[in-house]
Design a protein around this ligand. Structure first.
Ligand code: AMP
Length: 535
């Protein structure tokens, strides 16, 4: 017997309706390239989204067409986040940092023939246009900067002006696709993940849970993660459903501390690299950024030392999250439990550096091979597998394979982890990065975490390189603090020896000025390996 409740579809349009009807006076703030802040409220946003929906539809869109965006974090990109799904099409934010070849491949695979382009990316786009020949390219121009071929573009403001301000979305089936994002390609070729209205809506509800991102109507939220990276972690939707204000940094990451001061940001989200970079300025302007009370951090392990500075010195709560493009992206989030109140500060910090517990709606398990489910004892290491209404069940345009999905329908994350008896996940390594030395495993993540808490280390990465005798051996690549001891290598070896067996100690310590990063700001291990192997 079916129940007798209404089956109203969960759509992206409903999020915007709610924001505009209930929180219409709340603002979107965008930092423009000239340093000024553009502002309008959610009522205006909805009006412009409707105009954009009407304009885009007039280009002759078919349901499920994939429309590309090559745009930074701006109010226009936010408008596209709503308008494209509202007309039954699929927004495909392109990662502006990918190589021309990767972009070309993705655009061809997604069959994008309409694209919205930020004028600051016009040069990169020209190459893509030569290869693809988009049917329509619409230019978003926040700088009035001179660009080549300006006449070949439709102009965004002209494009939407004078269009009808009403638009009623006809989406009845919440299982329709609404967005396409590609994985960042850190571990192999980028793969497409097609989100549905339902999956994104449910992800939005889940992350707004008090113990997840916990956004409220009084928050001012700034995603520092680019809008092409997993839909900015779903924050543009979560912020507006909660009635909080949204702050977009445009292309200007250098100004984020000013932006926090000027807009009163309370919650900001980004990868650890971003926080490391801005930490010195945040410390020196501690009293000016006192509205900021919470940061959401993920994408890679947040070093304990960084969590400590944020929480103790700046009084900013760190919410460490783990997830993947395949999970929209949120899978787990780390907060202390009530039971931890009596723990020492050191014990609490150790817990906070874990990736946390599954958020409501996400199921997790640890597997050793295909058959054995491992216990949640904080010791057994296995592949983390997940299931949820916002987890992908097959990659775009490909049949599900056993390499990525289990026979009983779980996603194989490729991450090696432990889970403790309280359900806290600790990522040990990517399956592909685990070093196999003399038949034994060495965790690069554990070595990196230990190195990074040493006071003379700013950043540490451990890679595995081929070795005739052992198969593979670790090498540590390190950015040192100023004024380090001359015998720093010996000091670091001793520091590691206190924690790990001898065969884990890296064979070489290489000191560099900077660690290369991927297109989404994560450590680029492949680039480091290439550099080490050719040096
Ligand atoms: P992406 O799809 O680009 O977001 O990458 C997903 C991968 O990033 C995961 O499978 C993990 O390997 C890694 N990752 C994400 N969050 C964390 C985290 N908090 N700690 C460690 N690794 C993480």
């Amino acid at each position: 017997m079916f129940g007798s409740m209404m089956n109203t579809p969960m759509t992206i349009g409903q999020i915007l309706d709610h924001a505009s009807n209930i929180h219409g006076d709340k603002h979107v703030h965008t930092l423009l390239p000239n340093g000024k802040i553009h502002r309008y409220n959610y009522t205006t946003l909805q009006r412009r989204v409707n105009q954009l929906s009407n304009a885009t539809k007039s280009l002759g869109i078919n349901p499920s067409d994939r429309i590309a965006t090559f745009v930074s974090n701006t109010f226009q990109h936010l408008e596209l986040y709503y308008a494209i799904p509202n007309i039954g099409a699929i927004i495909h934010p392109l990662n502006v940092q990918l190589s021309p070849k990767q972009l070309e491949k993705i655009v061809k695979e997604a069959e994008n023939n309409i694209i919205f382009v930020d004028n600051i990316y016009a040069d990169q786009f020209a190459h893509l246009q030569n290869e693809i020949g988009f049917r329509h390219a619409i230019l978003i121009d926040n700088t009035n900067q001179k660009i080549n071929n300006k006449d070949s573009f439709l102009k965004y403001e002209q494009f939407i002006s004078e269009k009808d301000c009403d638009y009623s979305t006809g989406i009845q089936d919440e299982n329709c696709a609404m967005a396409l994002c590609y994985t960042s390609g850190t571990n192999g070729e980028p793969k497409g993940v097609l989100y549905t209205h339902r999956s994104m809506y449910l992800h939005t509800m889940a992350v707004n849970h008090a113990d997840v991102f916990g956004l409220t109507e009084s928050d001012v939220v700034m995603p520092l993660v680019p809008m092409y990276h997993v839909m900015a972690w779903g924050l543009p939707y979560a912020t507006m459903l909660s009635g909080a204000e949204l702050v977009l940094h445009g292309t200007n990451r250098e100004q984020i501390v000013n932006l926090i001061c000027e807009t009163g940001v309370t919650v900001a989200a980004g990868v650890p690299t971003v926080w490391k970079k801005h930490l010195p300025e945040m410390i020196s302007r501690k009293h000016e950024i006192n509205t900021l009370n919470k940061i959401i951090v993920g994408g890679e392990t947040m070093p304990i030392s960084l969590i400590e500075v944020f929480e103790k010195e700046l009084g900013i709560e760190v919410r460490h999250a783990w997830g993947m493009t395949e999970m929209s992206p949120t899978g787990t989030l780390c907060r202390l439990r009530k039971a931890h109140e009596k723990h020492s500060d050191e014990e609490k910090l150790k817990i906070k550096a874990m990736q946390g517990r599954p958020i409501p709606g996400v199921q997790i398990r640890l597997m050793n091979g295909t058959q054995n489910i491992l216990p949640w004892n904080g010791i057994s290491v296995g592949e983390l597998q997940v299931r949820s209404p916002w987890t992908v069940s097959s990659y775009y345009n490909t049949e599900p394979s056993l390499e990525h999905f289990t026979e009983d329908g779980w996603l194989r994350t490729g991450d090696l982890a432990t889970i403790n008896s309280e359900g806290y996940v600790q990522i040990v390594d990517r399956m592909k990065s685990l070093i196999r030395s003399g038949g034994e495993s060495i965790s690069t993540v554990q070595l990196e975490t230990c190195l990074s808490i040493h006071p003379q280390v700013i950043e540490a990465v451990v890679i595995g390189v081929p070795n005739d005798q052992w198969g593979e051996r670790p090498i540590a690549v390190i950015v040192l603090a100023n004024n380090t001891d001359e015998n720093i290598t010996e000091i670091l070896k001793q520091h590691l020896a206190n924690e790990f067996p001898n065969f884990w100690i890296p064979d070489r310590f290489v000191y560099v000025d900077e660690i290369p990063k991927t297109s989404v700001g994560k450590t680029d291990k492949q680039a480091i390996i290439r550099r080490i192997l050719t040096s």
